[in-house]
Design a protein around this ligand. Structure first.
Ligand SMILES: [Zn+2]
Length: 204
């Protein structure tokens, strides 16, 4: 796994018209599909796999550099950390902290798992040991020393991809959890017992 740190793309490129145009381009769509297949739709930072709403990210932040080795699959949560300017300022759902017991990659995994199990932001923040909030600044060295937390606050833009992914993930994840739970019950050949949910077994 590659290490993830809060960073940002130059503001001039945030939601630029050029990017919009590139997304419509059939050649880009084809290349995007190729990279999704190459990376098995799996985020390069946290290992989260999803058939939908994964992002094909330009590693160097330049949307015109479509060399295959400059492209990688990133999930919606890690994307908000990598593009913390967007996450903190535009979408307004990422908070930055100075202290953490875990790496940024682990923070993403723990936050998603715990939230899937219904944990509140406060509880997740406590578990991760996030302390001392910090402000976003357009300074890569400064950001590299911080930890980003994707909160459960509603996005300031209800139409953005992140919000759409949240809805998709909720549906997909509850089904996957139910399937796992069902499979285990069949293995154990016992009556359904809701105290044995996957979340409780993982200690959340
Ligand atoms: Zn990820």
């Amino acid at each position: 796994m590659k290490m993830l740190y809060p960073s940002f793309a130059p503001p001039a490129r945030w939601r630029s018209a050029l990017q919009g145009k590139l997304l419509e381009n059939p050649a880009w769509r084809q290349l995007r599909r190729k990279i999704l297949d190459r990376d098995d739709c799996t985020c390069n930072y946290c290992g989260y796999r999803s058939e939908k709403f994964q992002i094909v990210d330009h590693i160097d932040g330049n949307p015109e550099n479509n060399a295959e080795n400059n492209l990688q699959v990133v999930c919606q949560m890690c994307n908000l950390i990598k593009h913390a300017g967007q996450g903190c300022v535009i979408v307004g759902i990422v908070d930055l902290y100075k202290k953490s017991k875990f790496t940024q990659n682990e923070i993403i995994r723990i936050a998603r798992d715990m939230r899937d199990c219904g944990a509140s932001d406060e509880r997740i923040i406590m578990r991760i040991g996030l302390e001392e909030t910090a402000r976003f600044r357009q300074d890569l060295d400064y950001l590299k020393g911080l930890y980003g937390f994707v909160t459960s606050r509603p996005s300031q833009d209800r139409n953005d991809m992140y919000s759409k992914w949240v809805e998709y993930h909720k549906l997909h994840n509850s089904r996957t959890n139910m399937d796992r739970h069902q499979a285990r019950l069949m293995e154990q050949n016992e009556q359904e017992d809701f105290t044995k949910s996957p979340c409780l077994m993982r200690g959340f």
